[in-house]
Design a binder for this molecule. Structure first.
Ligand SMILES: CC(C)(COP(=O)(O)OP(=O)(O)OC[C@H]1O[C@@H](n2cnc3c(N)ncnc32)[C@H](O)[C@@H]1OP(=O)(O)O)[C@@H](O)C(=O)NCCC(=O)NCCS
Length: 152
């Protein structure tokens, strides 16, 4: 059975579905220089299959990853995040590992992820993903002038 809690070096503790407020999510995202959207985590959380939090010895959130599933064979990993001053200490790799164990424990066969090219070493080498063909559509960019298939 996948672990609910795991302790890493320096007192960093991982938790499956650990408590995490929207304010903490905003702080985590701004910690590495990205712009956070208040309310985003409160909106996303009800749709999540589960997530992993990492907290340091003082209780501050230093890592996160979210997992959604189709309820069958497929799980999707999204929004891996490590606090700016805690990056490159193995936390991202470990939150992904715990997420993968829980997806497997739920009976999923495949874990999907997509990412920008500069993170290839992280996902392929550190986390163990294999390269595959995949596709992506940026939905807001779909032309409204193309009629639906049924009307062509
Ligand atoms: C991507 C991210 C989650 C990685 O977290 P992390 O805790 O620093 O990752 P790890 O320490 O486990 O990294 C393990 C290995 O992955 C590779 N790696 C990690 N981050 C990398 C980066 N930014 N660029 C290139 N390689 C990277 C390295 O090989 C690293 O090993 P090394 O430190 O011995 O060289 C973190 O950089 C982050 O939060 N970035 C901002 C948010 C983001 O872009 N998330 C990805 C969404 S798809």
């Amino acid at each position: 059975m996948a672990a609910e809690v795991a302790e890493l070096r320096d007192g960093v503790v991982l938790r499956w579905r650990g408590t995490l407020t929207d304010d903490e999510m905003v702080e985590l995202v701004t910690s590495y220089g990205a712009s956070a959207a208040p309310g985003w985590w409160d909106q996303v959380r009800p749709h999540s299959f589960g997530w992993v939090t990492a907290r340091d010895a003082e209780g501050a959130v230093v890592g996160f990853v979210n997992v959604v599933t189709d309820g069958g064979d497929h799980a999707f990993l999204i929004d891996t995040k490590t606090r700016g001053d805690y990056q490159r200490r193995g936390i991202g790799t470990e939150v992904v590992r715990m997420a993968a164990e829980h997806a497997r424990g739920a009976g999923c066969e495949w874990l999907h992820v997509d990412f920008e090219p500069h993170l290839r070493a992280f996902y392929f080498r550190a986390c163990g993903f294999e390269q595959t063909d995949a596709g992506l559509i940026h939905l807001p960019s779909l032309s409204a002038e193309v009629p639906p298939l049924a009307f062509r």
